[in-house]
Ligand binder design. Structure first.
Ligand code: PLP
Length: 255
């Protein structure tokens, strides 16, 4: 919320591009995309939105004023953790032409089999996302009741500071849930104890994954002022039975 309302103060006529993500990885912060686009456009800057966490099923940034939408197709669009890829979407012919020129010239062209895997994944995107969201809210609610968990970060929880923005710009709240364990040591021990949740990076596949961002996905920013808390645990909630996922977390939390 702060990011979207205060954005204009950080921009000037030299700003060419505002690159944002909502919900963010791994803290699940929300950015009001429409407000951010208005602030950026007031300075003539383009707006790129990384929509990987939300997917086009849950959020459509072009209709909220973004100029370019970015997706890692490695994640929900492929959906089965068996392809690496990405794409950009725009509704501006000029930007599209410039991007097509760069793609052709730089050679970032996906292979036919990779493209086929993503196209096949997209056919089940809607049903997968519904199940990811249904499981994620059940797991977030379970974690919120847990005394061994310091704080749950999930935009679907009414207690989440970005809940209202999420409700306004998303169809549902997504399959990513993060939480703060009691300490770094507890987070490290916990992610090694689950059985159904596999300890791995990446996200967005049908299988549930668990990881500790400070030492894994976000280790490269460990010394930065925006480093993630070391007690943070990130969940990519899959499409298994919610009660199995909750039981597995319950046992792992018990130690
Ligand atoms: C939000 C987000 N955007 C982009 C990427 C980059 O994706 P890829 O691994 O397909 O290059 C990731 C990867 O973790 C991501 O989580």
């Amino acid at each position: 919320q702060e990011i979207s309302t205060g954005l204009g103060e950080h921009l000037d006529e030299k700003t060419r591009l505002v690159w944002l993500e909502s919900p963010t990885n791994p803290l699940l912060n929300l950015v009001d995309i429409r407000a951010a686009a208005e602030a950026a456009h007031a300075f003539g800057a383009l707006v790129v939105v990384d929509n990987t966490f939300a997917t086009p099923y849950l959020q459509q940034p072009l209709s909220l004023g973004a100029d370019v939408v970015l997706h890692s197709t490695t994640k929900y669009l492929g959906g089965h953790s068996d392809v690496v890829g990405g794409f950009l979407a725009t509704n501006d012919d000029g930007i599209s032409e410039r991007l097509a020129f760069l793609q052709k010239s730089l050679g970032a062209v996906p292979g036919p089999f990779d493209s086929w895997l993503v196209l096949r994944g997209v056919k089940t995107l809607a049903v997968r996302m519904e199940k990811h969201c249904e499981n994620a809210i059940a797991i977030a609610a379970f974690l919120e009741r847990e005394t061994r968990v310091e704080r749950v970060l999930y935009p679907g929880l009414p207690t989440h500071p970005g809940h209202e923005i999420a409700a306004a710009q998303m169809r549902n709240f997504g399959g990513m849930v993060s939480f703060l364990a009691g300490s770094e040591e507890e987070a490290v021990a916990l992610v090694a104890r689950t059985k159904i949740w596999k300890l791995a990076e990446s996200l967005g596949g049908v299988e549930s994954l668990i990881e500790q961002p400070a030492r894994m996905t976000h280790a490269s920013t460990a010394d930065a002022p925006f480093a993630v808390p070391p007690s943070l645990v990130r969940l990519s909630v899959g499409i298994e039975a919610a009660h199995d996922l909750i039981d597995d977390l319950d046992v792992a939390l018990a130690g």
